[in-house]
Structures are given as C-alpha cells and as structure tokens.
Design a protein around this ligand. Structure first.
Ligand code: SF4
Length: 406
C-alpha cells in the first residue's frame, strides 16, 4: 500500500479521475499554474530566511534578490496563466509584496526557536502500521513558552474561517507526528498558518480525542481510495489549473478543437453535431407547432452525439457557442410487487437480518387499505390520529366544449 500524503488525499477528494491519472497511471502533467509556481518560490525564500536566521538576519533586499534568482532559475514555458487580466510580471510582483509584508511583520524573526524547515515527517495511522502518512512541515518552532509550533505558509487568495482551520487535516496530522517524535515535550502544540496574501496569521489546536478521530477518519478515506474501481471526473474550480484536460472526458473535446484553426474548427465532427443539434433545438423553441419532424431530427442528432461521445470517450462536446453534456446514470430496477422475483428478493433480505432496516411501509397501499375500510376500526382511528389530511386542488385547462360536441 502506498504511503499517503495530504496532497494525495486531497487530490482524490477533489477529483478521483485526476487522482487516477496522477497516482495510478502516473501520467506526468507538464502544466503548472502560475499561482502554484509563485507559491513555491515564496516557500524557497522562507526556507532561506529561517535556515539562516539563527546566525544572521537576512536583509529584505537579499531576500528579494534570492526570490528573483529562484524565479529565473525555475521558470519554464509550460507555466499557465488562467486569469486573462494578469501577467507573469503581476504574479512576480505579488510574490515580492508577500515577502515584504511578511518581513515587516516578523522582523527580527526571533519570536521562537526554529527546530527545522521543510522537515519530513512519517506516521502510522493504525496500530498494525498498514496505513501510513507522510508530509513536510514548512517550519517547526519551539516558542519561548516551550510550546511546539507547526507553521505553514499559504499564498492563495482564499482566507479560510476559524471553523475551516479547526477542521484542517494537514497540520493536525503533522501534530501527531511531532507528538510521536517528542512525546514528553509536546503535550500542547500550536498549529499556525500564515495567509500572506492577507498578511494574516490563523491559529488552531487539537485535543487528543480529535487526533484519534482524525487518524480513524484518514484510515477510512484511504480504505475508500484503495477500494475504488471507478475513478469518475469531478468538475470543480481546480479544473482550470488541471494538467489533464487533454485526456479528461469533460474537457478533451474542447481542448482538441481550441487548438484548431478557425476554418478547421467548423469541420470537426463534434462541433458540427453540436451546431446541428443547437440549430434544430432553436427551431423547435421558436416554431414548435409549425415545423413537423423537428423532434425526430433532434433524436437522430442525439443518437449521433452519443455515438460520437462513446467513440471519443468525451462526455462534453462543444460547438461554436453551445455544448452538449452526455451523462449516463445507472439505475437499479427491482422486481415489481407482483413479479415472481419479488418473493425471492424479500427472502434474501430477511436472510441478511436487515429486513427491519431495509423494508419500509408502502404508504400508497396503506391509503388504499384505509379508503377500502380493510383496516379494523380501532387501528384506523389510531392511524388517523397520526396522519394529516391534505386537500390538493388541481386546476386543468382544456378546450371549451361547444353545443353538439360529444
Ligand atoms: S479537468 Fe477537472 S474533472 Fe477533469 S480530471 Fe482534471 S480536475 Fe478532474
């Protein structure tokens, strides 16, 4: 079984399909969002600052210089900028601002004693050691009051609420590792996040009971991942930054046609199908009564779209200004009340001892029984004491009958 990390668990929770691409199929994604790139360079600067601060306090200009050198050295052409109103230079300047704000807030960086930066930790999540977790702590400190502090830098724009950080899994799992490593010294641990885009610190702590529960919940999540056989795509806000759009069923068609020149774009089979469908659909909306056969045409195109979607393994097909989503949902059809299989089904459920849990009252049949007086009067009266009678009024419009009509 693999050793799980916070990002591995988060990847599965965010989108099981991208988890599969990344951790099972091991498909390397070349694409890196500029936000993540800038965050990495900021972390590099913090690493230098705290590695050196026990013997010298770096100047702000030294940190800027180091940041610029990291930016130049690590920049690569596949870094993507998704926001149309932002440039690489805007992000570079943003990173400088984060460094400056942080520097001014914490200089001379003597609030606590640094025990380690980028410190690797490993823990066993269960007694047998089958389920393991590993991570890297941005900075581990011991404060003046002797309490250990786990620090984490966040460069994203989203500022969580106190309730969010009180539920955070990542630093709480790191706390377990720290308490296992120094059991006599770490009865209390502070979890501290630096939200540098807001120049704000957020703090939280965990009780032993919360940590025990967290371990159990994490094991449950790992069990769920290990037993998953169908890794479905989950469209979410991170799709814009996902490096697997070219192979994801939700984006691959759009991805493929966007790279075509405008004249070829309109010749793409998928685009043609969606445009044809959109054309018939618009006609149906406008002239539903006058134009005959539109429904039949729509059905034909729909069939062709479904076949195309299967062939291309793409569940969203784009056209010029519309798109079609093709979804398949599996439903279970059980034998009906009068089917011979129904008795067998009931017997099987009873064998499992779950009849009470899984069977429930048929309220439609009960209404019929009450109306036909097949329930004894005493029980009828007791049932009526529990139910509410609601009168539904239905108004139906139909053609006015003229004299002579049947
Ligand atoms: S593009 Fe979105 S839905 Fe598709 S794999 Fe990536 S995260 Fe999942």
């Amino acid at each position: 079984m693999p050793i799980y990390s916070h990002s591995r668990l988060g990847k599965f929770e965010g989108c099981p399909l991208s988890y599969k691409f990344s951790y099972i199929d091991k498909i390397k994604s070349e694409k890196e969002g500029i936000e993540a790139f800038m965050g990495s360079q900021f972390h590099g600067v913090m690493e230098k600052l705290y590695q050196e601060c026990s013997f010298k306090v770096c100047s702000l200009s030294e940190l800027f210089e180091y940041y610029e050198s990291l930016w130049e050295k690590n920049w690569h052409p596949t870094i993507s900028i998704t926001k149309s109103d932002m440039t690489a230079e805007n992000y570079r300047q943003k990173g400088r601002k984060f460094i400056e704000d942080y520097y001014r807030r914490y200089r001379p960086f003597n609030q606590s004693h640094v025990l380690g930066v980028e410190r690797k930790v490993n823990i066993k999540l269960d007694d047998s050691g089958e389920y393991k977790f590993r991570g890297v702590i941005d900075r581990l400190d011991k404060a003046e009051d002797g309490i250990y502090e786990i620090h984490d830098y966040k460069t994203n724009k989203y500022l969580p609420t106190q309730a969010d950080v009180d539920q955070d899994r990542q630093l709480a799992l790191y706390q377990i590792a720290i308490q296992e490593a120094w059991p006599n010294d770490t009865r209390e641990v502070r979890l501290i996040w630096h939200y540098v885009a807001h120049d704000q610190e957020m703090r939280s702590s965990r009780t032993p009971e919360e940590l025990t529960q967290l371990k159990a919940d994490t094991v449950q999540l790992i069990k769920k991942i290990e037993s998953t056989t169908e890794f479905l795509p989950n469209q979410n806000y991170l799709c814009n930054w996902c490096g697997y759009q070219n192979i994801c069923p939700l984006f691959k068609h759009q991805f493929a046609v966007e790279s075509l020149p405008p004249n070829e774009y309109l010749n793409d089979d998928g685009v043609k199908l969606v445009n044809t469908y959109a054309g018939f659909y618009a006609q149906k909306q406008e002239h539903a009564i006058q134009i005959k056969g539109i429904e039949a045409e729509l059905e034909k195109v729909e069939e062709a779209v479904v076949a195309y979607s299967k062939k291309e393994n793409a569940s969203i097909i784009v056209g010029s200004d519309k798109q079609l989503k093709i979804s398949e949902k599996e439903t279970i059809k059980y034998p009906g009340k009068n089917d011979p299989g129904r008795t067998q089904l009931n017997e099987i459920i009873k064998e499992t001892g779950k009849w009470e849990e899984l069977s429930c009252l048929d309220t439609y049949a009960l209404t019929d029984a009450l109306l036909s007086n097949s329930i004894p009067p005493e029980q009828t009266a007791r049932i009526e004491g529990l139910v509410e009678k609601i009168k539904n009024i239905k108004v139906s419009l139909s053609k006015k009958k003229e004299d002579g009509d049947d």
